[in-house]
Design a protein around this ligand. Structure first.
Ligand SMILES: *Cc1c(COP(=O)(O)O)cnc(C)c1O
Length: 383
């Protein structure tokens, strides 16, 4: 098969070579279990990296969000606010706990949660005496949200923020690591994320009690007693010692991975942004995106192709592209949920992004020739 016939994927795992060393250590010492030295060290490494007091590693990012909401006392009948423009995993854990969701629109400068929509939603919830137990703020495609503004508003009402940094590990907001701003932050190490353990996640916090509760709930919530005794519902959500070994090696190369993805983004932008009607995802001043996925919008007034038509044509030449996340307020699962738009009298920002957006192949292991191939194909189809 020739070079140009090989399928170019959106975002595939990129191993460093060191993973085997830590996995071998686990085998040599027979730590083939949840818990163990790789888990302890990986937790220290993540906390160190994020600049938080600690980390608690989990079997997935979704599990970490579930633990976070449980720790913040989300129960049946409660409300949780969540970014609308995100992957379903940001919202599902609230449903596991029997809570209701209210969705908040994006704003145009980061594509993430709109502070003005959040402010309106909290004002109404407070008046109705039904403040949410938590706000899940998502940093999409690696771009940090307007954290200062969102925290200021949330703090007025005393509602904690869970920062869903599943896609933004390695990104920065005002020189601090993305994921370290919420009361609780969560990361994902799923196969398509910027670093991967094949599957896994982490919860980070500066609150020792939260970290303790996370480990407690993730290991079946066993009370301190000589027998097996349980007073609350627990889960089996801890990361295994093998998987944590992969994570240790992956974290060592995170900065390289961020740099590579930023180069991929910059190359696309340089080559394609002069096509009329193409606009790349912005990067808010004072933030550094990890550019997990290169995303752009296609102005339908100028370019007479929908994102789906472009996806099909790219697919024909063996290039994987993807639509942006379909907003959760527009999902059949959430047809009853309340939604607050960025601007009440205009089309929702998240709806407009979904209608116009496209993700390009963005892996840190893409060869220069592959990026060039994508650029040529895109120019041919759209230009
Ligand atoms: C991937 C992802 C998650 C879930 O992480 P998993 O490890 O796959 O469970 C949560 N939120 C967002 C925004 C994600 O992209």
């Amino acid at each position: 098969m020739s070079e140009t016939n090989k399928r170019i994927l959106l975002s595939s795992p990129h191993m460093s070579g060191n993973e085997q060393k830590y996995i071998k250590e686990a085998f040599d010492t027979n730590w083939i279990a949840p818990l163990g030295p790789n888990v302890d060290q990986f937790e220290k490494d993540i906390a160190n990296y994020a600049g938080t007091k600690g980390a608690s590693v989990t079997s997935s990012g979704t599990a970490a969000i579930h633990l976070a909401l449980d720790i913040l006392d989300v129960r049946r009948g409660d409300t949780v606010f969540c970014s609308s423009f995100t992957f379903i995993a940001s919202a599902n854990p609230a449903l596991y706990l029997g809570a209701q969701l209210t969705f908040i629109d994006s704003e145009p400068e980061t594509w993430n949660m709109s502070p003005q929509a959040l402010e309106r939603a909290l004002y109404v919830a407070n008046k109705e005496n039904k403040l949410p137990k938590a706000i899940v703020v998502v940093n999409l495609y690696g771009q940090p949200s307007k954290m200062d503004e969102l925290l200021d508003i949330a703090n007025v009402y005393g509602v904690p923020i869970v920062e869903d940094a599943a896609e933004s590990l390695g990104a920065e907001y005002k020189n601090k690591k993305s994921g370290s701003f919420g009361k609780i932050g969560i990361y994902s190490f799923n196969g398509n994320k910027i670093i991967t353990t094949s599957g896994g996640g982490a919860l980070v916090s500066n609150d020792e009690e939260i970290l303790y509760k996370s480990r407690f709930l993730a290991t079946q919530a066993r009370d301190q007693a000589p027998h097996y005794q349980h007073s609350v519902v627990g889960y089996n959500y801890r990361m295994s010692n093998i998987v944590a070994g992969i994570g240790r090696a992956q974290l060592e190369v995170l900065e390289d991975r961020v740099n590579s993805r930023r180069v991929v983004f910059d190359t696309y932008k340089k080559e394609l942004s002069n096509i009329p009607g193409i606009n790349f995802m912005p990067e808010l001043e004072g933030t550094k995106s990890n550019r997990w996925l290169t995303t752009l919008t296609i102005n339908p007034d100028i370019i007479k192709l929908t994102p789906y038509e472009i996806m099909d044509k790219m697919n024909e030449v063996n290039i994987e592209t993807r639509a942006l996340w379909k907003p959760l307020h527009a999902q059949p699962l959430f047809k009853e949920a309340t939604f607050y738009k960025h601007n009440e009298s205009k089309e929702a920002i998240s709806d407009s992004l979904f209608a116009k957006g496209l993700c390009l192949p963005s892996g840190s292991n893409l060869k220069e020739s592959e990026v060039e191939h994508v650029i040529e194909a895109f120019k041919k189809i759209v230009g």
